[in-house]
Design a protein around this ligand. Sequence first.
Ligand code: ZN
Length: 246
Amino acid sequence: MRYLILSDIHSNKPALDAVLEDAAGHFDQIICCGDLVGYGADPNPVVDWARSNVQAVVRGNHDKACAGLDDLEWFNPVARRSAAWTMEHLTPGNAAYLRELPQGPIPVNGYQILHGSPTDEDEYLVAAQEVARIRFYLNTKLSFFGHTHVQGGFLLVPSGVLRIPKTPPQQTQQVLEFENDVSYLINPGSVGQPRDGDSRAAYVIYNSSDNWLTYHRVVYDIARAQARIKEEHLPQMLADRLGTGA
Ligand code: ZN
């Protein structure tokens, strides 16, 4: 089975479209590690798409906030403004879908998906030491997570935790072959708001039959996503950020 693994789409339809076009023909099922909405200007088209195309998805912190399940006080002013705007604009059906998304980790055919960390969906796993603290809560050899918007993730070897670097800027993909005695905590990167210094949309294709995955980066129509943010009078910073990928 081949899985298209996505995370942190964040209402960015142009980025999602570019990923789906780039990955077309290379996957059987779509899996998402959360944050369908927040920040971007197209929450309904993204949630409509997810409802009919994604086989498994966990909720992200933005999905939770935009569904009215969290206190917006925790968010910075820009995130709060975009969450309030998203709540106003979601159709009742899409708001109900977000409200019912499961909290991770959830199992998917031998691996698991989660948003932040296995013990706290709002926790950012950025450094290897942070992953070392939670590694024993990961009960499958392979887990996918999101939330940091940084492509790569971690190798969990008996002696410690090693960081997996993101795809280099001059490449559009890199392969990771699985080894015995290693567990993997994989971040596919963010589709709709990369923050790892690379503005290209990020995703992973996982091939469970042949035991490897590939990280991908794809150029998308950033100007279009920025124009949509401007049209909806969302904070300018959200548009600027897409241009730098930071
Ligand atoms: Zn996110």
